[in-house]
Write a protein that binds this ligand. Structure first.
Ligand code: FEO
Length: 393
């Protein structure tokens, strides 16, 4: 892509990865692709903020050369060592012999282990500032947002925050900004990003945002390392992060289930009816036909998770496992859970599901089991179960 000037002499040098469909070892689906956003600050000491995923190193250098001879690059800020942002570092450093890396204390040894490059490095911590001419780079360590090495770079003269992964979205588009891209799509992908990556670190996210608020940084633009740049309304994504980090929920339920011959599915639909009748927004996912990353995203602002499975070999159906594994890793806060099951000769699914849901840190508020196909009265019980979960009987 051609560079895009996002502020005077500040350029987006991103790479568009339209076709990537999974991230993080295929635990996160990226159905809309992604971008790897680097930023070039043209100043007395030209500075590159982050690089990109290894296969796109040539593309990044081509974009850089449109604006600057890489030999003149003075600093490369590594806000985060993960390969999607640092993979092109060897190519950039080879082309830029004058460049010095700026990174956090945790990033420095990681870079050496990852790349072995004996590159000059300057380690920075929160509050440090480096003048690059007309502008200043200031740094805010942001450990576990989402790796220990993560940091944000802030440019006060531009009121520009460069927070790497934070506030990003896995969203590839030919547009660059929040004011020229579908707002609903941006927020959907931002929510999915937070739910699948930052959910376990809610207290740290809240603490970091509180710290930034206390610093009274003027923020006119947030330029993350994935997806679109927040130009029109950077406060929108900050407010959303605060809400998600606090575990604020809607009056909303997510039903995730699996079925063999349709009995548990009938229960799922009857429970949904009860929830909706009780005034809740409800979403229903048969997990063998669903994308676990999308379900996790939908669960982020739901206060109730309802999980159902028939029993097979005294256990729940294995197609639920990837979703339950994600839950155990992400440990969503401030949510109730309920279970349901239709079994044949003997039960077992509810017991096993209870163990897995508890492991994810959720409390099982209620459960409902039937045997064989649900009768009309049992389906009515399912509807009442939904109503009860919605607080209506
Ligand atoms: Fe944590 Fe986008 O890398």
């Amino acid at each position: 892509m051609l560079p895009v000037e996002i502020k005077e002499n500040v350029y987006w040098l991103g790479v568009l990865d339209w076709n990537i469909r999974y991230f993080h070892g295929a635990t996160y689906s990226t159905n809309r692709g992604t971008t790897y956003n680097s930023y070039l600050l043209l100043d007395e000491a030209p500075t590159l903020i982050d690089t990109c995923f290894t296969p796109f190193a040539g593309e990044l250098l081509t974009a850089l050369r449109r604006l600057l001879d890489p030999q003149k690059l003075r600093y490369v800020v590594v806000n985060h060592v993960e390969t999607d942002h640092s993979g092109a570092l060897p190519a950039v450093m080879e082309a830029s012999p004058q460049a010095q890396i700026i990174c956090s204390a945790k990033a420095a040894p990681a870079l050496e282990k990852l790349f072995g490059g004996n590159w000059p490095k300057q380690v920075v911590k929160t509050g440090d500032a480096i003048s690059i001419g007309r502008r200043t780079l200031t740094f805010i360590e942001a450990p576990m947002l989402h790796w220990p090495d993560s940091m944000f770079t802030y440019v006060p003269e531009e009121k520009l925050l460069l927070p790497n992964d934070a506030f990003g979205q896995h969203l590839c588009s030919s547009t660059r900004f929040d004011d020229d891209t579908d707002a609903a799509v941006i927020m959907q992908e931002a929510q999915k990003y937070y739910a699948n990556i930052l959910l376990p670190f809610g207290p740290l996210v809240l603490k970091k945002i509180t710290e930034i608020v206390k610093m009274k940084l003027a923020i006119e633009m947030i330029a993350p390392s994935h997806g679109i740049i927040w130009r029109k309304d950077p406060g929108k994504i900050i407010d959303a992060y605060v809400s998600w980090a606090k575990g604020e929920n809607k009056n909303k339920a997510v039903i995730a289930y699996e079925t063999i011959w349709g009995s548990t599915e009938k229960m799922a639909h009857a429970i949904l009816e009860g929830l909706v009748q009780g005034g809740m927004e409800a979403r229903l996912y048969k997990m063998s036909a669903s994308d676990a990353s999308e379900v996790i995203a939908d669960l982020l602002d739901a206060e109730l998770l309802v999980v159902g499975s028939p029993t097979m070999n005294r256990d729940f159906l294995p197609k639920l496992s990837p979703f339950l594994d994600d839950l155990a890793a992400l440990k969503p806060r401030n949510k109730r859970a309920a279970l349901f099951s239709s079994s044949g000769w003997s039960g077992g699914a509810v017991t096993e599901l209870t163990g897995r849901i508890t492991k994810a840190g959720l409390t099982v508020a209620d459960s409902l089991e039937i045997f064989w196909a649900p009768s009309a009265s049992e389906l009515e019980n399912c509807r009442q179960f939904g109503l009860r979960l919605a607080g209506r009987n």
